[in-house]
Design a protein around this ligand. Structure first.
Ligand SMILES: C[S@@+](CC[C@H](N)C(=O)[O-])C[C@H]1O[C@@H](n2cnc3c(N)ncnc32)[C@H](O)[C@@H]1O
Length: 415
């Protein structure tokens, strides 16, 4: 990854292809160590006194997994392809190095340049917020109301020890396997029959706050593969119409099969066709427009730990102009009295509060719905506690809500 910047998944796949002695279980185990190392890269490097691949791997085994240097020596001796045993100096660091005196970005395991951005949102909590973002993510599912309910889904997944999630009344959480990976739920009958979808609890909450209701005209303006489309559709009980729109037709492709499996029958998909305005017919017609905006994804670092180290300041700037564009494009579809819900999976104020400030200055007919009101309307009263500092939106994070990071603002167009 250092030699040639690219997503971790690609680098790991390439490594597997060129190291055929490693079987599929070995490759999976190695991938899991790589992800653990990337999640806590800065704090491991601080304690190991080096940022080399070897230091990071030994540190991941020692600090993340609690493996003692002696155990490493014994384990490494058992294979001709293993690394050399920890040296005396490495063993000493593994046993006694601390994070004393480390700055917030090391304690929180995020790039140094982002420190001032996180300070703006989280203040003195930023190291703890970052540390929570550096843990492994749970595997969350959403029970699909079109095919059953959560109790039925829990029974179908009892053998995986699925349990209720704390916040979403539709959520199930499946324990990870010992190597940090989730069990293959996509092969489970409950999944194949459409009883459950894979969806982080934070994403479920974001969709629920939009309160899509049976009979409404709903637009999911940045639908992508449709994670939120399916959640919105389930709460509409196949009554009314939901439009899944995306500027990139390829992103929508998986939604065809997903919607069929989920039993969704009121969905239309819309992607650009030449210069045509494919949403023109919905102008000022939608009861609800959801904008799940393209963003830096800082809220999903538990799942994509390589992304945090690859993120560049220029990407943050580029996302902001995209966010302004999607908000403007989506807002014109909202009918008077209708709702506009702006969502990002990032905590950064540049992508959230700042974008809404600019939007509302240009379009004052949109008023924020308070987090308390939005949470009650969605039947999620406890979610109101996650209001942002300004008190006009909801901010979820692994530390605040035990979910992926999400920013959610519900707005209403004046009647
Ligand atoms: C955060 S992702 C959507 C994830 C999806 N809603 C889900 O829950 O699975 C953002 C999406 O916005 C799309 N996008 C970017 N610019 C857009 C634009 N101008 N109009 C519509 N969609 C856009 C991207 O192609 C991407 O699929």
């Amino acid at each position: 990854m250092e030699a040639r910047p690219r997503p971790a998944a690609n680098a790991i796949k390439d490594w597997g292809l060129s190291h055929r002695f490693a079987g599929s279980r070995d490759r999976a185990a190695i991938a899991s160590i790589v992800y653990d190392a990337l999640r806590q890269r800065a704090s491991i490097a601080w304690r190991m006194g080096a940022d080399t691949p070897r230091a990071l791997v030994l540190g991941a085994l020692g600090f993340v997994r609690g493996m003692a240097p002696d155990a490493m020596t014994a384990s490494f001796a058992a294979s001709p392809h293993a690394p050399d045993a920890p040296t005396e100096g490495e063993a000493k660091r593994l046993l006694s190095a601390t994070l004393d005196g480390a700055p917030a970005w090391v304690l929180g395991d995020y790039p140094e340049w982002l420190d001032r951005h996180f300070a703006r949102v989280f203040g003195d909590d930023r190291a703890a917020e970052g540390a929570a973002q550096s843990e492994r993510a749970p595997l969350d599912l959403r029970a699909n109301a079109l095919k059953g309910n959560r109790d039925k889904a829990l029974r179908g997944l009892e053998h995986l020890k699925a349990a209720e999630t704390p916040l979403s009344p539709l959520g199930l959480r499946v324990p990870l396997l010992s190597d940090g990976r989730g069990p293959p739920v996509q092969s489970e009958p409950a999944f194949l029959k459409g009883l459950v979808e894979v969806q982080d609890e934070g994403s479920q909450i974001a969709a629920m706050l939009a309160t899509a209701a049976p009979g409404e005209q709903v637009v999911d303006y940045c639908a992508g593969a449709g994670g939120k489309t399916l959640a919105l559709a389930a709460s509409m009980a196949n009554k009314g119409q939901i439009y899944a729109h995306d500027s990139d037709i390829r992103r929508l492709a998986p939604l065809h099969d997903r919607a069929t499996r989920a039993g969704v029958r009121n969905l239309q998909m819309r992607a650009p066709r030449g210069d045509a305005d494919v949403m023109a017919d919905m102008e000022a017609k939608a009861d609800l427009v959801l904008v799940d905006a393209p963003c830096t994804g800082t809220g999903t670092w538990r799942r994509n730990p390589d992304a945090k180290w690859r993120m560049r300041e220029s990407a943050l700037e580029q996302r902001q102009s995209e966010q302004d564009a999607v908000l403007a494009g989506a807002a014109r579809l909202v009918k008077s009295g209708g709702r506009l819900v702006y969502i990002t999976c990032s905590a950064l104020a540049e992508e959230n509060e700042d974008r809404l400030e600019a939007f509302r200055a240009a379009q004052p007919e949109f008023e924020p719905v308070s987090p308390a009101q939005a949470a009650i309307a969605a039947g999620l009263p406890t979610v109101a506690q996650f209001a942002n500092t300004a008190g006009d939106a909801i901010l979820l994070s692994p530390r605040r809500s035990g979910t992926d990071g999400f920013f959610i603002s519900v707005m209403k167009r004046k009647a």
